[in-house]
Design a protein around this ligand. Structure first.
Ligand SMILES: C[S@@+](CC[C@H](N)C(=O)[O-])C[C@H]1O[C@@H](n2cnc3c(N)ncnc32)[C@H](O)[C@@H]1O
Length: 199
């Protein structure tokens, strides 16, 4: 497995695929290991790197549904997943995540762990769509919420990032209000760890 993960890191570096970065990875793994999730929803598969990390560090009966838009990345991800011990535990849903979240809602499934790591401007919408699918004590992770240091602090935001930064601030605001509580781990690009207070 470690060899496969190293190979994927090499592929990601060569093809500029933004997998969870080395600094954020430790914090990510710590949260996964503490939660030991059974039923995971991931938004943003890329090449399957974080899916495989969660499979390796989650519960023995883990089942992961992961959403990805790019056909090319789905093909690469499926290839890696098929070479792992988790081929029957990771299911990729191709297409736009917002549409697939609505389809998943219809199935009545519940998830105890959600990893949001796709279109940063859509995190608020994703969060609204996953709420009905959260199991009690669910943990929701969202990556890149500090986006290059522009979301918090006084660093002026370049014009081209203003909308993303505004929307990430809205996301942090949303998940910081009851019944949710959120801790932001500042390693990497900022990982928001959200839990419901009342479950
Ligand atoms: C940061 S990467 C995911 C990295 C992966 N979670 C990891 O750490 O290994 C974000 C992925 O989200 C996908 N994505 C972007 N917009 C999307 C959308 N609307 N629906 C589904 N996937 C989307 C991108 O194609 C990209 O592969």
């Amino acid at each position: 497995m470690d060899e496969l993960l190293r190979e994927m890191e090499g592929y990601a570096a060569l093809h500029h695929v933004p997998i969870i970065n080395e600094r954020g990875r430790q914090a990510f793994l710590q949260v996964v290991q503490e939660a030991r999730p059974h039923r995971v929803l991931e938004i943003g598969t890329a090449i399957g790197y974080s899916s495989l990390l969660m499979a390796q560090h989650g519960a023995a009966d883990i089942d992961i549904t992961t959403l990805e838009l790019s056909d090319e990345r789905i093909k690469v991800a499926q290839g890696y997943i098929d070479r792992s011990a988790y081929a029957d535990r990771i299911h990729i849903m191709g297409g736009d995540a917002a549409e697939n979240l609505l389809k998943l809602q219809m199935t009545g499934q519940k998830f105890d762990f959600v990893f949001i790591d796709a279109a940063k401007g859509q995190y608020v919408d994703y969060f609204h769509k996953i709420q009905p699918m959260l199991a009690d004590k669910a943990v929701i992770l969202a990556d890149n919420v500090l986006f290059r240091g522009y979301v918090k602090g006084d660093v002026p935001t370049p014009r081209r990032f203003k909308t993303i930064v505004k929307r990430l601030r809205e996301y942090i605001e949303l998940v910081s209000q009851p019944p949710y509580v959120t801790e932001i781990l500042e390693n990497g690009d900022g990982l928001a760890v959200t839990r419901r207070l009342d479950t």
